[in-house]
Design a protein around this ligand. Structure first.
Ligand code: FDA
Length: 358
């Protein structure tokens, strides 16, 4: 299995991540540590212009997500013309086929029932029941994987206690089957409640659970420090939501630099870290850091999304690293798909090309 294979020789890092720009006035005191002097690179004009274009594209697509007209059209045509690249199917059966295929390639998996904020307790109970079926199937089919879910899907926007009760019942159910549940991190107004629910679960003795931190938020170094006594199992991401500059770094270079700094702390101190990124420069830096610090490949894994950089996923497995592929399913794929378009505005061209292809 990939986890027990000795670390391979690292490939040279094409280009290190530049240091974060000075934090804005509203940023909490904790500074983002700067990488060693040798690793600082100044982006070229072209890179800078491209980064700005991408940032505008990202904001535009995330803002357009709430437009009823965009939603109607993308929902109508999206699955046929592009969304299936990121979502292997709308049913659990279709998803299980994809999970088995990924496992056969040496990749670990997680799955998520696509869907977000529910409006009432009955809807949330329906989602809990669907997740029980998913957990049963993962166990019965002996899939090397786990579940990642969103607390708003379990009722967080209705009531925090409702979301806690629902996720607690699922974490207990998963525990009986030897499975793990990760709570995704959603937009910034949900961060406090998500972290409270995570620590409540751990205080109640549930160790088969983890959550996610986002490097774009100024608050994340403080959140990480507050979680340290739990020796948590955390996934680190850059962050996928449209956030105001008062809470999140507006510049990608700062988000990337914060990512590297947070990843190093998490790898050193936490029980387990999911390095969730497709950014090869960061992946190379993490590999170099773990080798230098003697951190074994059983203490972390790379995590990527279904359909994004599949060859990189396989290459990392071949080099002896654990790789998990997040593989969601379900009919409610629209917001998930729009976030994937926003992460790489060029995806819109891919989508548009498929729409006009005869
Ligand atoms: P970056 O955006 O810099 O991309 C690096 C490279 O990866 C790109 O140049 C491109 O080659 C490729 N790439 C990235 N996104 C692509 C896309 N959509 N299509 C095609 N190529 C793409 N966010 C969040 O807020 N809460 C969460 O709980 C999670 N959970 C999560 C789980 C997992 C397993 C992953 C991989 C990601 C998340 N995310 C998330 C999303 C995350 O915040 C972020 O938006 C994406 O991972 C994109 O950022 P990268 O780190 O890949 O880097």
């Amino acid at each position: 299995m990939a986890a027990s294979t000795p670390d391979p020789a690292p490939t040279p890092s094409p280009e290190p991540i530049p240091a974060a720009a000075p934090a804005a006035a509203s940023v909490p005191a904790t500074p983002v540590p700067t990488p060693p002097p040798g690793s600082i690179a100044t982006p070229s004009l072209t890179e800078d212009a491209l980064a700005r274009l991408n940032a505008y594209g990202r904001k535009g697509i995330l803002a357009a997500t709430n437009s009823p007209l965009v939603a109607e059209n993308v929902r109508k045509y999206g699955m046929r013309f592009g969304a299936s690249r990121f979502v292997p199917g709308t049913t659990l059966d279709e998803c299980i086929v994809a999970l088995k295929d990924l496992n056969a390639k040496g990749l670990r998996v997680n799955t998520t029932i696509l869907g977000e904020a529910v409006d009432n307790a009955e809807q949330a109970e329906g989602v809990v029941s669907e997740y029980r079926t998913v957990l049963d199937r993962l166990a019965d089919e002996r899939i090397d994987g786990n579940v990642a879910l969103k607390l708003t899907h379990l009722g967080l926007k209705v009531d925090e206690d409702l979301a806690y009760t629902n996720v607690e019942s699922l974490v207990a159910y998963a525990g009986e089957r030897g499975l793990f549940i990760r709570m995704d991190m959603e937009d910034s107004p949900t961060v406090d409640a998500t972290l409270r629910i995570y620590t409540r679960l751990r205080d109640a003795g549930h160790d088969n659970t983890g959550t996610v931190l986002q490097s774009y938020l100024y608050r994340t170094p403080d959140d990480l420090a507050a979680l340290a006594p739990y020796r948590p199992n955390l996934r680190l991401v850059k962050g996928a939501y449209l956030e105001p500059e008062s809470v999140a770094y507006p510049k990608k270079a700062d988000v990337d630099a914060a990512y590297v700094s947070l990843a190093e702390t998490m790898l050193r101190e936490n029980r387990f870290t999911g390095i969730a990124t497709h950014d090869e420069r960061i992946i190379d830096q993490v590999i170099a850091f773990t080798r230098g610090a003697g951190i074994g490949s059983d203490r972390f894994e790379f995590q990527m999304l279904y359909g994004i950089r599949p060859q990189l996923q396989i290459d990392l497995v071949k080099r002896g690293y654990r790789v998990l592929v997040a593989t969601p399913f379900g009919p409610d794929w629209y917001p998930f798909f729009m976030r994937r378009l926003a992460e790489r505005p060029a995806n819109v061209l891919f989508f548009a090309k498929n729409l006009i292809r005869p």
